[in-house]
Design a protein around this ligand. Structure first.
Ligand code: BGC
Length: 766
């Protein structure tokens, strides 16, 4: 008879045995992977103090400071065995000196990790990451990361604090500029491409470096868009919308993770055991090392988590391995071990992870591997690298509006080039480019002259970026970005209008200075500053064709400007080849193909805003206002510019959307086909996008969410059939128990050139 007891035995015994097998296999794997004999032998020789020393990351200053404190007495600390790594130093000779101190002057001679923030290129600066993501070109993004690694390693660096993969849906947050925008699917592809680019297949290769996925986690959801602020969200939102890019980077092999400044569920990330151990290591199987953000361990004191000893113990026990700049680990961990608050085994484990990284880089074999003084000249700022920077920049631009087909411009047109960013080198690299030299960048004025030497260009500044001196001071902490002219705003404007008088077309380069976005650069008003708005209005009134080349690190509110009779090309901060790339696009040598990766709101009140929103129980009517529906009294729900949007000098038509099966089984992929035709007068590239809607599921589904894309080049008149594959995993989501599942039922797909795509098909998952 099948008693309850036997039934339980039958059901659970095999599972239990399986569990035991997996558990012991798991430990075996972990032990096997951890047990690098050289590392284990070294660990045996190390004192507790020496192990703690390896967990200490310092920045000696001298380079560009990326935080508010700089480390002191670094050389003595290295000699004392109190340093595991440095950042903010570069150059093969300097790095050789540092390694020599570590290798020759310490008891055990352990080489240093040498870190740096190479966010969008090293010396060859590429567009800011939000711009780069607008290319939707993963090969290109991977290549930019590869070049960044080649240049940085030539200069002695072996560890990169990139990719930044924080999902951001609040453009008030200045650091939206550093990531790939709002979408977890696209963000995951970009994260993988960047890790591949930095690490490639072999970390022992001298041109590769360790990638750090940051900022773990949820930093982009800082409340109110104010930097470093609290984040709080449900687990299902976390798993479905914010965590995928970090996981993708880890699955792609990123060797290091940086914990974020913000708290998650009330515990700052750097001391959050659920995040750093339960999720990152136990669930995701991450085996590399975790570094804190800049003094983020110490900052837990201000968060209200206790004194330096308490927060340091909290962090190491949570799974943080390395302490950036704050020296809480160095100064308190020994005491915590003595008092039984931290076990020596915990410290050994953290130290092991850092030594493994050094081993994987090949530093034990050759500590001077990144100290070849011949490399900088050979590898940095080469023509090939700059060529890639130019290509990356022009692919990042997004055309918002082409009034009366003003663009492309003729190479013999008389141009009035105006605006505070038209003749500025300082703002071309964009935020978080501390290793680049702005003076090497090509200004827009120079670029137009390079590409069209026969055009007649009259330049006038026309306006200050802002007339507000106290605002300017905050933006200029890293040097002059927002310079206010001696001349009055009226005089500047008069000059621009004068320049416009004889011109066939006005090109106005306007927008944000580079440091108006980025870290600690949150804004509550994300419109173009009033000083420039005045200029734009007056230019529009001249009746001449006006092209705005709009620069920003974030989505702006440009509701007024979009309504004016002007053309608008969004150019972000384009990097070292800025002017050349802008000229390529304005004159039609490259047909713009970028598409937005973050939604542009009509006004700040619509924030947070993103394409993959859910329905409410009371959806807004498509027209006219209705009481008791989910909408605003004073603005539509729809954004100003949708996710995925971007125009071209040509036009594209979509037809014949088909799925290869109307019904599929669990685990099956589905093929989606669509014919795309270039119906306009120019050859061009279109980014074909696929959105999915799970009609009924156990957790409210997004109305549509990106699940595929492809860049296709089409000659004018040409048609191509584009095939996009929805993999089985693309139908899955994290359900209420956080299981990753696909639920049976109907799915709708939409294919087109932006997130409003209307061509629709359906299929059923059985
Ligand atoms: C930033 C990190 C960066 C670190 C080191 C911090 O302020 O949040 O993104 O990697 O500084 O420069």
């Amino acid at each position: 008879k099948n008693t309850i007891a036997t039934r339980i035995m039958k059901n659970t015994l095999p599972k239990f045995l399986l569990f035991l097998a997996i558990a012991s296999f798991g430990t075996a794997v972990a032990q096997k992977q951890q047990a690098i004999p050289e590392v284990e032998a070294l660990l045996k020789k190390m004192t507790l103090e020496e192990k703690i020393g390896q967990l200490n990351l310092l920045t000696p200053g001298g380079g560009v400071a990326t935080g508010s404190v700089v480390s002191k007495n670094v050389e003595e600390k290295i000699k004392a065995g109190n340093v595991g790594g440095l950042f903010g130093v570069s150059g093969p000779d300097k790095i050789r000196q540092a390694q020599e101190i570590a290798v020759k002057k310490t008891r055990l001679g352990i080489p240093l990790l040498i870190g740096s923030d190479i966010i969008h290129g090293y010396k060859t600066t590429f567009p800011t990451p939000l711009g780069l993501s607008s290319s939707w070109d993963m090969n290109l993004i991977e290549q930019t990361a590869q070049i960044a690694a080649k240049e940085a390693t030539a200069d002695g660096i072996n560890w990169n604090f990139s990719p930044m993969v924080d999902i951001a849906r609040d453009p008030r947050w200045g650091r939206i500029a550093e990531g790939a925008g709002e979408d977890p699917y696209l963000g995951s592809q970009v994260a993988k491409a960047m890790v591949r680019g930095y690490q490639q297949k072999d970390l022992t290769n001298e041109a590769t470096m360790i990638a750090t996925v940051k900022h773990f986690a949820l930093y982009g959801a800082s409340e109110g868009g104010r930097d470093y602020n609290t984040t709080d969200m449900s687990r299902v939102r976390m798993f479905n919308e914010y965590l995928p890019p970090y996981k993708a980077a880890i699955d792609a092999g990123a060797e290091s993770v940086m914990s974020s400044f913000n708290d998650v569920d009330g515990v700052p990330a750097s001391g959050n055991k659920w995040l750093l151990t339960d999720l990152l290591r136990d669930k995701w199987g991450f085996e590399g090392f975790v570094v804190s953000d800049y003094t983020s361990v110490n900052e837990m004191i201000a968060h209200g988590m206790g004194d330096l000893q308490a927060v340091s113990a909290l962090s190491i026990n949570a799974g943080l391995d390395m302490d950036m700049v704050g020296e809480g680990f160095l100064t308190t961990l020994k005491k915590s071990v003595d008092e039984g608050k931290v076990s020596e085994e915990t410290i050994t484990q953290a130290c092991r992870r850092i030594l493994v990284a050094k081993y994987k880089l090949g530093l034990f074999k050759d500590p001077y591997k990144y100290s070849d003084s011949k490399r900088p000249k050979r590898d940095i700022l080469t023509d090939a690298n700059k060529k890639l920077a130019r290509e990356a920049a022009r692919k990042s631009f997004v055309l918002f509006k082409n009034e009366n087909n003003t663009l492309p411009l003729s190479k013999t047109a008389k141009i009035a080039l105006v605006g505070p960013l038209a003749d500025s080198k300082n703002n071309m690299l964009g935020t978080w480019a501390p290793t680049g030299d702005p003076q090497l960048s090509v200004s827009i004025l120079e670029g137009l002259k390079n590409v069209a030497p026969n055009t007649q260009i009259t330049y006038a500044k026309g306006a200050n970026i802002s007339n507000d001196t106290s605002f300017a001071k905050k933006v200029n902490v890293f040097g002059p970005r927002l310079e206010i002219s001696e001349e009055s705003p009226e005089a500047l404007l008069a000059e621009a209008l004068k320049a416009a008088e004889n011109a066939d077309v006005i090109v106005a380069v306007v927008g944000e200075a580079s440091e108006m976005s980025g870290e600690a650069a949150s804004r509550t008003d994300i419109s173009i500053p009033e000083s420039q708005k005045v200029l734009i209005r007056e230019l529009a009134k001249t009746g001449k064709p006006v092209v705005l080349a709009l620069m920003s690190g974030r989505p702006l509110v440009i509701t007024e400007e979009l309504d004016l009779p002007v053309s608008i090309l969004q150019i972000w901060h384009p990097g070292i080849e800025a002017g050349n790339a802008v000229a390529d696009v304005l004159f039609g040598d490259y047909n713009p193909s970028g598409k937005l990766t973050a939604t542009w709101p009509r006004n700040v009140g619509q924030i947070p805003i993103y394409h993959s929103e859910k329905n409410t129980g009371r959806p807004a009517p498509s027209e006219a206002f209705e009481k008791f529906k989910s909408q605003y009294l004073d603005a539509p729900n729809a954004p100003l510019l949708a996710f995925g949007f971007g125009l071209s000098y040509t036009t594209f038509d979509y037809n014949n959307l088909q799925v290869n099966k109307k019904e599929i089984a669990q685990g099956e992929a589905i093929e989606v086909r669509v014919d795309v035709t270039n119906t306009g007068a120019y050859d061009g590239t279109e980014i074909v996008q696929l959105y999915l809607h799970d009609v009924v599921r156990s957790l409210t589904p997004p109305i549509r969410t990106l699940k595929g894309f492809e860049n296709v080049f089409l000659k004018k008149g040409e048609t191509k059939t584009v095939v996009l594959t929805l993999e089985a995993d693309d139908l899955k989501f994290y359900n209420g128990s956080l299981d990753f599942v696909a639920e049976a039922g109907e799915f709708e797909i939409f294919v087109g050139g932006d997130s409003n795509a209307s061509l629709k098909e359906t299929f059923t998952l059985n």
